[in-house]
Structure formats: C-alpha cells, structure tokens
Design a binder for this molecule. Structure first.
Ligand code: SF4
Length: 252
C-alpha cells in the first residue's frame, strides 16, 4: 500500500515511494523508519544499526507501478478533495530514483487516473527537473504544488550535517528552473540552525528577489538541538518570529 492516511498538518494522505533516504541528513526525524524496516527487505533486524546507518539504505516500496495504479483507482473517491503529500518520511527524488524511475511512474499513473485531489511534492533534489514534462501535464489538468526544502546550516559543518544532499545554492536553482517552466514552486526553509539568522535573511532576500513564495520557515527541532548541543537565543527567536509574514514559522 502506497497511499496512507496522514496526521501531518496540510496533508490528508501521504505517498512514500521509498523506505529510507539516501541523503542521510543527520537531523532527519524520519530515522524512526528504521524500526519498521528492520528484518525486512533483506535488511538486518537490528533497528539500532539501521538507524545509525541512515542514508546508506533505501528500498523502493513497490516495483510494479500497476499496484499503485490499482490502489489509486480503489481510493479514487476517498481522495476526492483531499491533499496527498509525496513524501513525508523520505525524499521522492532519491539518488536511486535516477535509475528506478519509480516516482516518475507514480506521477504518470496519477496523471492518467486523474484523481480529484491536490498533489503536494516535497523534495530537495534536482532530479525533479527530469520530470518537468509530466509535472507540467499534471499542473495543467490537476492540482499540484511543489515545495523545495532549503536548509540554513552553519557553512563550515554543512557536509557533516547533510553529507549527501544538494547544496542550498543548487536548491535555489531548482526553484528558479521550476518557476521558469511555469510550475509555481514554493520554498520550504528547513531546518533553520541556531545562530544562522544572517544566512536565513540572505536566503529569504534571494528567494524574494526571484519572486519565489516561502511557505514555511521551520526551526531545527528540539531532539536535534539536544543531540547537536545547540540552542536558539531568546533574541533569535524574537527575530525569527518577526518573519511570520514572510512564511509560517514552525517551532518544535
Ligand atoms: S532528505 Fe529529508 S528524508 Fe532524506 S535524510 Fe534528509 S531530511 Fe531525511
């Protein structure tokens, strides 16, 4: 089953084409997926080991997209008027997606079956540009929103925190290219690391200069702050909250 109910704000259902994520961000909240994957798909049954090696294992949830098409047809009515997010605990444009084209085939099935639902795609990968042609078709006929997440991390430790994800400047380019293609993407600024207010403001100014809307500004969550031994100052929080009219500020 690929289309599952969601309790995330703004998403009634989610589609996660993959389990695990090849980008391996150190703060990733989706590491909890290790306990569901342990002992399956030929993976070790040691969930702790899987959690520690997050970023080094990725499994496609299905191989035959006909299964997805069948499920979409079955849930057609249920999805009417709803919002479906792809994805919530992985990135739909995994490095592995370049080879498997699973997300692409899901999009093709979505376009063909044409559910009366809004599709939300959230990624940080330039591989989405490969699918501009099918995304334009969906955008033309159905409801489609594309968000590109951009993190605001200390530059000197960026690769320690996000070892394999595209650099922020690459993600800004992805947004520009999607916009040039006519897809009206939005930026999801997340996570914002403590002490990075100046960089956050620079990224906001760059996005605004390109007329790219900013939907959310999400702060690094508490468990990750604890883990990395970093914290926002009160003054910083006050300053970030002032950006509420730029994008919805999310604090955990
Ligand atoms: S890209 Fe998203 S899902 Fe993948 S590791 Fe990074 S935060 Fe987690």
């Amino acid at each position: 089953m690929l289309i599952t109910p969601s309790r995330l704000p703004g998403a009634d259902f989610v589609i996660n084409p993959y389990i695990g994520c090849g980008f391996g961000c150190k703060y990733c909240y989706a590491k909890f997926m290790a306990k569901f994957a342990a002992g399956k798909y030929g993976l070790t049954n040691n969930a702790q080991k899987l959690r520690q090696s997050w970023g080094n294992w990725v499994i496609p949830k299905i191989n035959d997209v006909k299964l997805f098409a069948k499920e979409l047809n079955q849930k057609y009515k249920k999805l009417t008027g709803k919002t479906v997010l792809m994805a919530s605990v992985t990135d739909p444009y995994q490095p592995l997606e370049a080879k498997l084209k699973l997300t692409r085939r899901i999009l093709e099935a979505w376009h063909k079956i044409n559910p009366k639902a809004t599709l939300e795609i959230l990624t940080r990968s330039s591989l989405i540009l490969r699918d501009i042609n099918i995304l334009l078709k969906i955008f033309g006929n159905q409801k489609l929103n594309i968000g590109i997440s951009i993190s605001v991390l200390p530059q000197d430790i960026f690769r320690k925190i996000e070892p394999k994800a595209p650099l922020p400047k690459v993600r800004l380019k992805i947004l520009e290219k999607l916009q040039e293609a006519g897809l009206k993407p939005y930026a999801f600024i997340a996570p914002v690391w403590p002490g990075q207010l100046k960089q956050l403001k620079t990224i906001i100014a760059t996005l605004q200069a390109s007329n790219i809307p900013i939907r959310y500004i999400e702060l690094l969550n508490k468990p990750a702050r604890r883990n990395f031994n970093v914290e926002f100052s009160n003054q910083e929080i006050v300053e970030i909250r002032k950006l509420e009219d730029v994008g919805k500020v999310i604090e955990h």
